[in-house]
Write a protein that binds this ligand. Sequence first.
Ligand SMILES: Cc1cc2nc3c(=O)[nH]c(=O)nc-3n(C[C@H](O)[C@H](O)[C@H](O)COP(=O)(O)OP(=O)(O)OC[C@H]3O[C@@H](n4cnc5c(N)ncnc54)[C@H](O)[C@@H]3O)c2cc1C
Length: 429
Amino acid sequence: MEKIDVVIVGGGLSGLACAYKLADRGLQVLVLERGDFSGSKNVTGGRLYLEPIKPLIGDMFLDAPFERKIVRERWSLFGEGNSLNIDFTGEKFRKTGHSYSVLRSIFDRWLSEKLMEKGVYVIPKYRVDDLLWEDNRVFGVKSGEEEIPASVVVAADGVLSFIGEKAGLKPKMRPKNYAVGIKEVIELTEEKINDRFNVEKDEGCAHLFIGDVTKGTFGGGFLYTNKETISLGVVVGIKAIMERAATIEAHSLIDAFKERYEIKRLLEGGSVVEYSAHVIPEGGYNNLSRLYANGILVVGDAAGFALNMGVTVRGMEFAIASGIIAAETILDAFEKGDFSANTLSLYEEKLKNSFVLKDMYNCKDMPEFLDNDAFFNFYPKYFPLFVEKVIWFGEGPKEKIGSTLWKELKSSGMLSFKRLKELYNIKNI
Ligand SMILES: Cc1cc2nc3c(=O)[nH]c(=O)nc-3n(C[C@H](O)[C@H](O)[C@H](O)COP(=O)(O)OP(=O)(O)OC[C@H]3O[C@@H](n4cnc5c(N)ncnc54)[C@H](O)[C@@H]3O)c2cc1C
């Protein structure tokens, strides 16, 4: 096959964003996607934060099929038979459109169609098997017997990045650095969603859960409202599953989650229209892939650009931003006519000056901080219990609230050195 300017492996958000930025510059760009269409194999929670990427995206998301503007945020600590919830909403969020829920099967497909209108070929059902090499540099890709030579290859093939591995850029995979997410999309009417989540038309809610939802192991639950569906899922650390294989089955967690009193009523009358499972990078800054080599760049999940910040999960805006920044680097490389690692190293420099590597670096201690069972069993168990004890009025005289709280704090171990140290360590994250 004739040499192409840029071959992008993977038609998810990182690959499509990269292609979008390259599309108007007269380069020949090919996006190869193994799924039936872009979006068919892509899983997210999912909420996309727009503010960080606004300076980069230009007109990319004009008329984008966002589901709902997130204006209500909820976090829940799930004990075994009780829960404690924080519910936040703010005018600032209602006015600005700070983040939106998305369904990838709709969103990615829409973006790939927009790309095709711009003359970029997005080829579905095309799985890349290997890289082509010439004099120690990547020189294209291979699929079966077919070879596609290219000046630059972009590895946008997601968390397991076979391409990054073939290029020798991927760090050794350790179970501790990955989680698995299981998700259902549940159909409900628009009116029911508005009523049940106390939002107006086109407004939505993002809700995260920890505690009993994963039976106290690393991970949590999520719920996002879409136009006429709800995305509901459970994420569990792969190391935790391996250690507790006898007592925990990832897929049964979502069934138990849906049966919880707090959730069941929200979903009543709904029917499951989609089911998916996907791996999530959890290794953070210290486990990123190497980002470039001669003739190749790595973007999105393939590079490990995802952040579990405890209060929220971010990956999509990193995927989009890294794709665009990779494209900018490629355009510079074409101007120079040089695709060596030396020229492509500009990608890392640009990422360091963007929110992508700044945020990843600022949160570099988060994976270590969250690698602590107390966040998934101790706190979610005791905080709702304290509240329960305070608000329970039984037979006999009611103890002073302060005495109840003090007794519980002492007997639970909340005032132990270990717990206070955890509190102190919050300053690091
Ligand atoms: C359960 C779950 C919840 C999440 N929640 C959120 C959230 O709420 N907010 C958020 O911002 N992020 C969230 N994330 C993370 C976010 O979804 C990812 O960071 C994002 O999808 C990464 O995009 P990507 O384009 O890099 O990778 P992907 O979307 O995985 O795309 C990779 C593409 O490459 C294709 N591919 C792979 N191998 C090949 C091959 N050999 N040949 C051809 N094509 C190939 C795949 O089919 C796929 O389409 C969540 C992730 C999961 C799993």
